[in-house]
Design a protein around this ligand. Sequence first.
Ligand code: DC
Length: 213
Amino acid sequence: MGFVIAVDGPAASGKGTVASRLATLHSLPFLDTGSLYRAVAVAVLRAGADPATPPRPARPARALDPATIDENAIRSAEAGEAASLAPAHAEVRAALLALQREFAAQPTGAVLDGRDIGTVIAPEAGAKLFVTASPEVRAERRWRQHVGRGEPLTLADVLDDIRRRDERDAGRGAAPMRMADDAVLLDTSELTIEQAVDAARRIVEAARARWTG
Ligand code: DC
């Protein structure tokens, strides 16, 4: 297996930005695994079904083609909320597991970001980061993104949503969000994007120097 970089963390922690920049720096393919769960949630919502009710969400999860994901639709607040409900079902996770593991197993190596990359999807990853920030900082970042998309949400609503999702992501029985024992914690609360990327780059360089393949 090539060099895999696993980037986990809660919503709006900066993990996506950090992960995609690391992928560019190391010329590695990149998978935002949250987009898979979001795409499943959008498919469930479009079918008029309830993402919280098993086993319906498992069907779109099995049928998911990552090439057809509607990037705009999956970034809405509604999709994010629904996306944190569907993955609580072991069936949905099982349906998306092979796809993610295959991506991680590419001979080139890969970068994946999500909630359970370092613990479940790629426990053998050469570098593991757990990117976090305070709920208030994350809410402000996410709120700006939603306002930029023309979604009229209040900061207080987004903070409530972030807290609810943290609880759900960390509290579920199936592959809960958890920092892997061998991951390095990166708190981006007080960092600019460039500072966060720089700190991540140094963490990965140190891990790569130790990596034996
Ligand atoms: O990272 P994100 O906000 O796009 O993720 C949306 C939801 O998908 C998140 O609330 C939980 C779920 N998710 C997951 O359960 N496991 C992952 N590896 C990635 C995301």
